[in-house]
Design a protein around this ligand. Structure first.
Ligand SMILES: [Zn+2]
Length: 175
C-alpha cells in the first residue's frame, strides 16, 4: 500500500494532473487519501471552474463532494450578503444619493444590473475572478450620471477597490 500511495502522490504532481482543469481529480484524490494540503489547494484551484449538470465529476465520496460544494457556497453566500448589505461596503451604492447633493435621487438600475451580473458570475466561478467581467453591466454602471446635475454617480476606482477587499476576505478554507 505504501508504494501504491507514493505513485498516487507522484501522479498528483505530474503534468497530467496539474492545472485548473484537473483540480477536481486532485481534490478527489487528496480527499480520499486524507492529504489535507492537496485537497485544499485543489479545492481553491477548482473555484475557477463552473460546476453544472454537464460537468463530469471524478469519482469521489459524497461527503467530499458535499464539502467542496459547501466551500463554494460559503464564498457565494458571503459575497451575496455583502453586496446586499445596505450598511456594508456598498452602502453608498445602496443609498441612491448623488455624491454632489443629498436631495438628488439616483435611479439605481445600473447598480441593480451590475449586482445581479456579479452574483451570477460568482455562482459560475466562486474564485470571484470574473465578477467584473460583464462589460455591458460595468459600462452602464461607470457611465451612470445624476439626472439633476449630470454628476457621475459611482466612483469606479473606489468600487473596484472595495470589491477586491471583499473578495480577499471571503472564506478560503474547506469547512
Ligand atoms: Zn446630482
Amino acid at each position: 500500500m505504501g508504494a501504491a500511495l507514493d505513485v498516487v502522490r507522484l501522479a498528483l504532481h505530474s503534468p497530467a494532473l496539474r492545472g485548473t482543469e484537473h483540480s477536481l481529480r486532485r481534490y478527489a484524490l487528496g480527499s480520499r487519501f486524507g492529504w489535507a494540503a492537496i485537497a485544499q489547494e485543489a479545492a481553491t484551484c477548482s473555484l475557477e471552474l463552473t460546476l453544472d449538470y454537464v460537468t463530469r465529476l471524478p469519482d469521489m465520496e459524497m461527503r467530499d463532494l458535499e464539502r467542496l460544494l459547501a466551500f463554494r457556497h460559503a464564498r457565494i453566500a458571503a459575497f451575496s450578503a455583502a453586496l446586499d448589505d445596505a450598511d456594508g461596503p456598498f452602502a453608498f451604492e445602496h443609498s441612491r444619493r448623488c455624491a454632489r447633493a443629498a436631495n438628488h435621487r439616483i435611479e439605481d438600475s445600473a447598480w441593480t444590473v451590475l449586482r445581479q451580473s456579479m452574483l451570477l458570475a460568482m455562482w459560475q466561478r466562486p474564485s470571484g475572478t470574473s465578477v467584473l467581467a460583464d462589460g455591458v453591466a460595468t459600462t452602464a454602471f461607470r457611465s451612470a450620471a445624476c439626472k439633476n446635475c449630470s454628476w457621475s454617480v459611482y466612483d469606479w476606482d473606489s468600487f473596484v477597490e472595495r470589491v477586491g477587499v471583499l473578495l480577499q476576505g471571503l472564506p478560503r478554507a474547506l469547512l
